[in-house]
Design a binder for this molecule. Structure first.
Ligand code: ATP
Length: 236
């Protein structure tokens, strides 16, 4: 089942065409790596698919619902309930312990503290953080902080998790460990994952790679048929 569909996506900033006519489909539960040179349009693509940036033209549909006609309030709510986000760094609240940071989307969504914390603790344990639930971000390593951020992205059982270079601030080994966990826990929970990464090893764990260049996108399956398969407009 297709969960997220972008059609004919164009984004222009002044004279810059950051996206130049992109068609992309994400299926429920699949993981998609987004790769490409600096300035090629990866972050713009992520932001358009997540409803953070409105495309200059083109449409984005989540489970068949067009995001464009929605009010900002409705789109913000949708982002909270159906999407999870992991950014490079700086996303946790320094005064809250790990379990409350991870539970935050559920607490903001009106769930009971007990239910929210129980779900957060379960995720933290699956991410190898049992025993650190009461520590604040300043008492955790960089890799542990990003695992708390992963727990927070997944806590609300989103349909899609967007991750923009989520381990860019970590060393390669720690970064791979965190991304391996992100990919496998998202898969277990049935969430689709769209992750911008520069690491080809990480891209191989994903079901598919979107190669972005000059605002256009090509789809690629991982090895053994590790070839670009289709020009923009005819993905999959
Ligand atoms: N808010 C903005 N205003 C003006 N131009 C922008 C804006 N955001 C992005 N751009 C331009 O759009 C193009 C694509 O940017 P984008 O951030 O999507 O690339 P990227 O592939 O994510 O790059 P990086 O790997 O360096 O993060 C670039 O030329 C960039 O300078």
């Amino acid at each position: 089942m297709d969960i997220l569909t972008g059609r004919g996506l164009v984004v222009t900033y002044g004279g810059t065409r950051a996206l130049d006519g992109v068609d992309v489909t994400v299926r429920a539960g699949e993981s998609v790596a987004v790769m490409g040179p600096s300035g090629s349009g990866k972050t713009t693509l992520l932001h358009v698919l997540a409803g953070i940036v409105r495309p200059t033209s083109g449409t984005v549909e989540l489970a068949g619902q067009d995001l464009a006609p929605m009010s900002d309030t409705r789109r913000t709510l949708l982002r909270r309930t159906d999407f999870g986000f992991v950014f490079q760094s700086g996303q946790l609240l320094s005064e809250l312990p790990a379990e409350e940071n991870a539970a935050l989307p559920l607490l903001l969504g009106g769930h009971s503290r007990a239910a929210a914390t129980a779900r957060a603790r379960d995720l933290l344990a699956r991410l190898g953080l049992a025993g650190t639930e009461r520590r604040r971000p300043g008492e955790l390593s960089g890799g542990q902080v990003q695992r708390v951020a992963v727990a927070r992205a997944l806590v609300g059982r989103p349909k899609v998790v967007f991750a923009d270079e989520p381990t860019g601030a970590l060393d390669q080994a720690t970064g791979r460990e965190v991304l391996d966990l992100l990919t496998s826990v998202a898969r277990e929970d049935g969430a689709a994952l769209v992750v911008v990464t520069h690491d080809v090893a990480v891209a191989r764990w994903c079901d598919r790679t979107l190669a972005v260049r000059d605002g256009r996108v090509w789809s690629r399956r991982p090895a053994p048929d590790d070839e670009f398969t289709a020009p923009a407009g005819s993905l999959r």
